[in-house]
Design a protein around this ligand. Structure first.
Ligand code: SF4
Length: 348
């Protein structure tokens, strides 16, 4: 999910709504600036021991009857069959790769987050803002070797991390590429920028490889997940379990002295109109199950894209009041590290 600037029309927000948002400016940089001990990317030790390549091989074999994502559609990708996500065969499709300055502040630093956007997606949301990439698979076909080259290039031009966007269906390719790149002196933290809908078996294989998890938590309600994400009714339960596992793997976050994240978890939540995403329940779950200072990006940029106009409840942008009520809820629950989009919202 990418951040987009929102320019909503409509009345000026009430004084009360503006007060809620002003009181909850992003606190991430304040809590994020405590530098931890010097941090080396987790995957280097596993590369040296041969374990990284071994895990890559195990994941690769799963594509024979694919179960890389919770769809477990069983496509034989090794024999060129196409999966539910749209992938086929053993090559991968990459939409773009470049330094990205629109990601969360602890990832962007001064030189940008080294973002690699993968094409196709297993979730297939009806409101996807990047549907040409996720649904139509726009992009260029690349090899594992190419992917390793992209990682090294992003490091060479000074990016702070390798940010893998929508990686799930290419996780086996990514591990192979990472092993190649680590052998050629890749030293950047790896960001796993996912829809959050991840199988535990896959996450266990990523343990010790991923430095920063950046999962979405999109829906609280199974029915909503099914309606808007192509029948993915397991989304809320699977994602909650996945985020708990991510926290178990990562432990406490670590930053450089400049506040650039080296290790950690960033949870993204997109507020949708008419409480479709169950935002308040998600904030309650986070407050109960995660550390109170976990970084949460409460995203305001929802806009009806792709097929969203066919669904009345999501056929409009959110209002300022809808967004502010989520922020207020999070604040009352004691969540302290909120990334709140006050500036763009003031234009509502
Ligand atoms: S990653 Fe794609 S091919 Fe594999 S199980 Fe999921 S939808 Fe099917």
């Amino acid at each position: 999910m990418r951040r987009v600037n929102v320019h909503n029309s409509g009345p000026r927000p009430s004084r009360q709504v503006r007060a809620i948002l002003a009181a909850t400016r992003h606190s991430g940089s304040e809590t994020a600036s405590d530098p931890g001990p010097p941090c080396r990317p987790a995957y280097l030790a596993l590369h040296r021991s041969g374990e990284l390549l071994e895990r890559a091989r195990r994941m690769w074999s799963m594509m024979g009857k694919c179960r890389l994502c919770p769809r477990e559609c069983g496509a034989n990708r090794l024999q060129g069959k196409r999966g539910f996500c749209g992938t086929t065969g053993t090559t991968l499709t990459v939409s773009s790769f470049h330094p990205h300055f629109g990601e969360e502040r602890p990832l962007v630093g001064t030189n940008g987050s080294g973002t690699i956007f993968f094409s196709h997606c297993s979730l297939r949301c009806v409101f996807c803002q990047n549907w040409e990439i996720s649904m139509q698979g726009c992009g260029a076909e690349r090899s594992v070797e190419d992917l390793a080259g992209m990682m090294l290039w992003l490091q060479r031009i000074g990016c702070h991390n390798i940010n893998l966007v929508t990686p799930t269906h290419y996780s086996a390719h990514i591990l192979k590429a990472l092993d190649l790149a680590a052998g050629r002196d890749l030293r950047l933290p790896v960001v796993y920028n996912t829809s959050g809908w991840e199988r535990l078996e896959i996450l266990k294989l990523l343990d010790g490889i991923v430095d920063i998890y950046m999962p979405d938590f999109k829906y609280w309600d199974s029915g909503m997940a099914s309606t808007y994400s192509s029948g993915a009714d397991s989304y809320p339960g699977v994602t909650a379990e996945a985020i708990v596992e991510m926290q178990r793997q990562i432990g406490s976050p670590q930053y450089t002295a400049e506040g650039v994240m080296q290790r950690g978890i960033i949870v993204r939540h997109l507020v949708m109109p008419n409480t479709v995403s169950g935002s308040e329940q998600i904030m309650e779950w986070i407050a109960k199950n995660m550390k109170k200072d976990i970084y949460i990006n409460i995203m305001a940029q929802y806009r009806p894209e792709y097929k969203a106009h066919q669904y009345p409840d999501i056929a409009r942008k959110i209002t300022m009041a809808e967004y502010a009520s989520v922020v207020e809820k999070a604040r009352k629950l004691g969540l302290t590290n909120l990334d709140v989009h006050t500036a763009s919202l003031m234009q509502f």
